[in-house]
Design a binder for this molecule. Sequence first.
Ligand SMILES: C[S@@+](CC[C@H](N)C(=O)[O-])C[C@H]1O[C@@H](n2cnc3c(N)ncnc32)[C@H](O)[C@@H]1O
Ligand SMILES: [Zn+2]
Length: 212
Amino acid sequence: MAKQNRRTQSRNKTRSSGKTTRSQKKSAPRPKPRRPLPKKRAVSLAASPLVEARNSAIHGRGVYAIAPIKKGTRVLEYLGERISHGEADSRYEKKGDDDGHTFLFIASNRTVIDAGVDGNDARFINHSCAPNCETVIENSRVFIDAIRNIKPGEELGYDYQLTWESTDDPAELALYACRCGAKKCRGTMLDKEPTDKREVDKKKAKKKAKKR
Ligand SMILES: C[S@@+](CC[C@H](N)C(=O)[O-])C[C@H]1O[C@@H](n2cnc3c(N)ncnc32)[C@H](O)[C@@H]1O
Ligand SMILES: [Zn+2]
């Protein structure tokens, strides 16, 4: 059996204390708010009165809004057992080749969250190519934030951007076909670019910057 690369959800917005890498959209200057906006606190959001898990037309269980959710709301924290990348690899290799199901989420260079163990409802949020949520990493914790207003009854989704490499077996990659049903569905839950290409591009950009 060929060694299977584990697929992990990753490459999400990363924020560490005080610092933000969230891209700032260019827009006309807005009037200053009278009071500073409250900071999102990194309290545990193991459950939320705004959502419930139930059967989904996309896949298995999904998470649905049961009350209006405003854009910017922090809905849930992605919880589960915190393990090393090595442990995540070995758990994944024990799974069958025909199984594209994953509950793994990369929280940092050191930590992967396995929501298959002690996970909360966040583990049931399906992938969407037209997402209404995004994942935000703060201090190695993963949160799910609404990126637009969500009506009761809507299924929550974010872009998994599953990691893959250009050398991976195409038949194996086909296991990650997307069934989100969005008009512009890209047909896969995999990230747009393979990890190895991104690394090469990063190195090239670094070299270029050094030369300047
Ligand atoms: C974190 S789980 C999401 C919850 C899942 N529906 C369940 O019942 O366990 C991730 C797995 O759900 C499936 N999945 C999620 N979104 C999908 C989509 N848009 N199309 C096809 N399968 C999807 C894939 O098997 C994926 O590995
Ligand atoms: Zn899709």
